[in-house]
Design a protein around this ligand. Structure first.
Ligand code: SF4
Length: 244
């Protein structure tokens, strides 16, 4: 089997069998709808991210919140199994607080930082009970006051837990929107602000689902599969130096 990795010098793709020469123009405002439509069509073959599946199965903001905390720095399969074990024991803040931190840690092992996350989940539950009667608030600023909850988690709870407007920008959304040239930003927070300014509202909720699955399967962090990418003709591949 021959190696199909292609290294790019400057803005030109090189190598037989590699992707077509990259275009220089950034993804235009009028093209984002076309790109999202293509990704929507392809997405069923990639499978949904784990938190999306939990949201679809439960329609429960609390479980979306907890599973999102579990998913940070953790593979989807590990998050899925840990969520199943934990939610078999507790699906409300009250029930969760009846579990000791050590018990939660044992149930969610081996998710990343499982001891820290066990303590964070208990702290979140205590705050939910003390300030919102055990109900997850449908408000970005309120969610951001919870321990261990950053903008990514808060936006995901809003969009998946409540179906409310929000843009969840994780590493995949940040990387891919920059490769497309749709934004030019240095951090996920900057990307979220840029997308809030220019992304049509119709795509706010779905962009995370679509780009996470796409980023896990094709537009990989290192050496993306540009040669079989369904949106190649729309992409200037900004910052991509090696692809397959
Ligand atoms: S896989 Fe390549 S062509 Fe497709 S979006 Fe990513 S960088 Fe662009």
């Amino acid at each position: 089997m021959h190696n199909t990795t292609v290294r790019h010098a400057g803005s030109d793709a090189r190598g037989a069998g590699g992707p077509a020469p990259r275009r220089r123009r950034a993804l235009g405002h009028d093209e984002i709808g076309v790109v999202m439509e293509i990704l929507r069509r392809e997405a069923p073959a990639w499978g949904a991210p784990i938190v999306t599946l939990i949201a679809e199965q439960t329609s429960d903001p609390f479980r979306v919140l907890v599973s999102t905390i579990l998913s940070l720095r953790t593979q989807d399969e590990t998050t899925a199994a840990a969520s199943r074990r934990l939610f078999a024991r507790a699906t409300t803040p009250q029930a969760m607080l009846r579990l000791r931190a050590a018990t939660i840690a044992r149930l969610i092992y081996p998710v990343g930082f499982y001891r820290t996350k066990a303590r964070a989940i208990r702290a979140v539950c205590r705050t939910l009970l003390a300030r919102w009667d055990g109900i997850v608030p449908r408000d970005l600023d309120a969610l951001l006051t919870l321990q261990g909850v950053g903008r990514k988690t808060a936006n995901l709870v809003l969009t998946l837990g409540f179906g409310a407007p929000g843009i969840c920008v994780d590493t995949h959304v940040h990387r891919i929107t920059n490769r497309l040239g749709y934004v030019r930003t240095r951090t996920p927070d900057e990307t979220e602000q840029a997308l809030r300014r220019k992304l049509p509202a119709a795509h706010w909720i779905e962009i995370n689902d679509l780009l996470v699955a796409f980023g896990q399967r094709l537009c990989r962090p290192i050496s993306p599969h540009c040669s079989r990418c369904p949106i190649l003709t729309h992409c200037p591949r900004r910052g991509v130096t090696v692809s397959r």
